[in-house]
Structures are given as C-alpha cells and as structure tokens.
Design a protein around this ligand. Structure first.
Ligand code: PMP
Length: 421
C-alpha cells in the first residue's frame, strides 16, 4: 500500500500553474486527472502492441487481444463480478445506459410498464428512458428528493409496484454528492420483480463497489472519472440477463455467422461490442484500476471524507453562502450558491486564481428546477487533493464574498445618494 501524498506526485498535470497560480483542480466529478501509469499504458500500447483484437493470428494481434481481455478481467475483479462475459466495453456511462435502453428496454417494455428514476439523475440517466418510453408506451416515474438532497424513500415505496419494470438510479449524485441507499433500493425493487440499473459514475473512484453483493442487474461507469482515459466505459450485466438481450449496434465482431440470407449473433460480451473496440482505452482503464488498487481504500475514504468536512465547515462559515445538498451520506462533491453572486461569475473569479471548479446545472436540469436554482458552484474532490487546496478554496470564496458585499454596499450608497439628490 502506498501513501496518498506519494501518489499525488504521479499526476504530472497537477504540477503546472494556471493563470499565474499553482493549479488547484477541484473539478474531479467532471473528469479526473491521469497518473503516469495510465499515460504510459496508452503510450506503450501505440509503441509496442498496437493491432486489432480478436481477428488476426499474428504476434501483435495475439498480444493486443491478450492485454485487452486481461483488462476486462481487471474490471471484473474491480466490480467483483462473477464472470468476464458480464463486462461489456462501452464509450462511457452514457453509452452503457443507451445500450441497456435500446437492447433491453425496447425489447422488453410495453404500454403500462413503468421505469423509476430519481429527481437527482444526470441527463444520461433520464433522456435514454424518455426515448424508450416514447417508443414503447411505457411511462417514466420520478422519485422525489427531500430539500436535504436525500431520496424520499417513502415516495419510492409508494411508486414501486408490479408495473415497475426498471429502477435506474445513481449511486452518488454528481451535482450534490448524495450517496443513495442503493442496496435497499435493489432489494425492494426485486421484491416486485423489477430490474435495477445503478449509475456508478460518481461512486467507483471513491469507494469499493461489489456488484455481486449489491445484486444489481446492471452497473455502469466511465473510465475517465476513475483516473482512466476518456472514451472508455463499462456496462456490467448479469450473465443470464445479457444472454436474453438482443444486439444494439451491429457489424463486425458481434456476429457468429453472416450470410445474405441472415445473421446469427455472437454471445455476450461480444454481441454488444460491434466494430473495432477502444483497445487502448481498455488498457488505460485497467492501468487506472491497478493504480487505485495500490491505495489503502480505508485511507482514501478517510482522506476524502476529511477534505469534504473541511470544505463544508469552511464554506458554511461564509456569510451569504448556502451549501446545496446536506444529506448525511455524501461523498466528494460540495455544491453551493452565494447571495449576490452568480455561480458562473464565481467560477470565473476562482479560475483567475488557478482554482478549477464547475458551475451551472451539471447536466441535472430537473434537479436544479426541483431545488429552484439555475445552477451551483461545484467543487469535487479526488485522492490527490490536499488540505491546503481546500483551505485556498475557502479563502478565495470568502474573499469574493467580502468583495461582493463591499460592492453591494457601494452600489447601495450610490443609489441612495442619487435618490437623495
Ligand atoms: N452519470 C453521472 C452520475 C455522471 O456524473 C456522468 C458524467 N458527468 C454521467 C452519467 C455520464 O458520463 P459520461 O459523460 O462519461 O458518459
């Protein structure tokens, strides 16, 4: 096991300055930075192992195929799935959800069926289901949240019924950091015979995930949010279920036999991987998982929890600042708004001091509407962030608030003076 302070040094991008200040990268929920091992895995593949996989009988192709399938097994172990054929490569969480929506959704759902999602879903876990409902006549139901950002579990139980065919829900909210009680949701959904898809995009970098223990039917995540490359992601599906599902995209690799009279399809996972896959992405993701496995998970979680507590306490003390999302179960994301300052202006002003945060609706427009907000400022934490960086964020935000208050006071003075005159 390696110390977290030692691991930070392996992220070359973090050594640079931004706008004249040391870069403080707090936009990890959007994408994480990559350690040397991931960068080297990508580089080495193109230098030494590039070939198409599963096709040719030559040396390089055999080497690439072997590495590609080893990477699949690394992901299987990462999620504690039972079989490598339960791991399907996709471009990311978005494509994984679309795959389930098109393959399972279109072939299974009909009018009268219901899909349950929550009010805090990312657009990637809303729009594909809206499309499926439009095509099949099924309807989309939304589990509301409390003002704290916790799911309303009573409402979930009321919405759940024999008509529910799928519950599709995030494990962690990308906008407000709430950790949802997915074990309970899966267990209860199964009692009515519904399938469950867990969007683990914001979970996998922060705590261990065990799909076997969870007993979810599908689990999705993106490689780039767990220190891996962009353009690669994963769909886990239960073996029996995947075997019953029709292909989504078609072409090379996903077939067993093709003639002009008809085609028979390969078995999972290949049935769902039409065309040349993102081989280098898969190797990069496996390198990222190997990297993460070098950390002590308890230490990582304790570190991120302590940074989140520090940020919460420090930001809460700033007058006029409101933290959005105060669920007791939260991880690595802190969202806030400030009186008299637009979230985008805050983002720009922080950027001028080298602090990278995300502003806006975070691809969760319905959540923002439910909270009656147009957007928030979001700082999101990764294993390489430090106490000093969180302190710098708090101080920079506090200074903005002081500036904005003096600005407001001066404006008020000017207005008062004008009225008096
Ligand atoms: N779900 C959640 C909770 C996310 O945070 C994201 C990315 N912001 C996605 C889905 C979509 O991931 P990607 O864009 O990598 O496909």
């Amino acid at each position: 096991m390696r110390e977290l302070t030692e691991l930070r040094a392996e992220f070359p991008i973090l050594r640079q300055r931004a706008n004249g200040y040391p870069l403080i990268y707090l936009d990890n929920a959007a994408t994480t930075q990559k350690p040397e091992t991931v960068i080297n895995a990508v580089n080495d593949y193109y230098r030494e192992a590039n070939a198409n996989v599963h096709r040719a009988s030559h040396f390089l192709s055999a080497r690439a195929t072997h590495a590609f399938e080893d990477a699949r097994d690394t992901v299987r172990r990462f999620l504690n799935a039972g079989h490598t054929d339960e791991i399907i490569w996709t471009r990311g969480a978005t494509e994984a959800i679309n795959l389930v929506a098109h393959s399972w959704g279109l072939s299974t759902l009909k009018s009268g069926d219901e899909i349950l999602i929550s009010a805090m879903e990312h657009h990637a876990n809303i729009v594909p289901w809206q499309q499926v409902c439009q095509f099949t006549g099924a309807s989309l139901k939304v589990i509301p949240i409390h003002t704290s950002g916790e799911l309303d579990m009573e409402a979930f139980r009321q919405l759940l019924g024999s008509q529910t065919r799928l519950v599709s829900i995030c494990q962690v909210s990308n906008a407000i950091g709430t950790v949802n009680p997915v074990s309970d949701i899966i267990r209860e959904a199964h009692t009515v015979g519904a399938r469950v898809l867990i969007d683990g995009s914001q979970a996998v970098a922060h705590f261990p995930v065990d799909v076997h223990a969870l007993d979810c039917d599908f689990y999705v995540f993106s490689g780039h949010k767990v220190y891996g490359p962009t353009g690669i992601g994963v769909l886990y599906g239960k073996r029996d279920l995947l075997q019953t599902m029709p292909p989504w995209q078609t072409g090379g690799e996903m077939i067993e036999r093709v003639s002009f009279e008809g085609t028979t399809f390969n078995s999972p996972p290949f049935r769902f991987e039409a065309g040349t896959p993102n081989v280098v992405g898969a190797l990069g993701l496996a390198a990222a998982i190997d990297f993460l496995n070098q950390c002590d998970h308890d230490q990582l979680q304790a570190h991120e929890k302590s940074l989140l507590e520090q940020a919460t306490e420090g930001l809460n003390a700033i007058p006029g600042l409101q933290i959005i999302g105060t669920a007791p179960q939260k991880t690595s994301v802190i969202s806030f708004v400030m009186e008299g300052l637009h979230n985008q202006d805050i983002g720009t002003l922080l950027d001028q001091q080298g602090i990278a945060v995300r502003t806006g609706h975070h691809c969760t427009m319905p959540l923002m509407s439910a909270l009656n907000l147009s957007g928030t400022v979001r700082a999101s934490i990764a294993l390489y962030n430090t106490e000093a960086e969180i302190q710098a964020l708090i101080e920079a935000v506090a200074a903005l608030q002081k500036d904005s208050l003096s600005f407001t006071t001066e404006t008020e003075h000017a207005t008062t003076a004008a009225t008096t005159i």
